[in-house]
Write a protein that binds this ligand. Sequence first.
Ligand SMILES: [Zn+2]
Length: 242
Amino acid sequence: MSNFTNEAARLETARQDLATANRILFNQGVVDAFGHVSMRHPERPDQFLLSANMAPATVTPGDVLAFDLQGNLLGNGGQKVYLERFIHAAIYANRPDVLSVVHSHAAAVVPFTIVKSARLRPVCHMGGFLSGIIPNFEIRDHAGMGSDLLIRDITLGQHLAQSLGQSAAVMMRGHGVTVTGGTLRQAVFRAVYTQNNAQIQAAAMALGEVTYLTDAEALAADEANTGQISRAWDFWSSQTQA
Ligand SMILES: [Zn+2]
């Protein structure tokens, strides 16, 4: 195949994978009518792929659009785009290692963005990637006391990306969470297990004193889990084709 054909084939595969990721995240209860998942463009690191503005469960490969790292839609399709696309744009600009981003309002996670003394921490091996301090982005520091809490421009996106720093995820006070990955599959896996860890941690906190993973345990568990991501993806993916 020519280079052009190879590039076109890789882009088509990326569009299909992104549509699958949207359906997985809906099936796993991470997103509902809102929330979105993106991936860096496979051929153009200064661009990313994200669907048009629609419920994630309905995304098809043909709905996937390309954006630049300022959040501008490329091409002249005139499609409706997600208001919060700047989350993705700013993180890709700030983190060359990030190849995929999931933003959700996952209900199990939001309480950990609101209660100052309740920080999301790894409580089980599947949440190992949450090691260290997961930052909690306070939009009031940048948008004042009367914002709608949404990341509606690139400046707010840049503030969020700075808050994320080198972490795997950033909590967003009163709003949700944004999770990153070195691959699309890893970002999806982490988004699912961020919610899972939050559910287990909240249940444990209600019972009594919680034993958290040590940083060394969390890192070791994360390394072990990284080798198992395809098993989860293949299973979750098969469920989207039913
Ligand atoms: Zn949001």
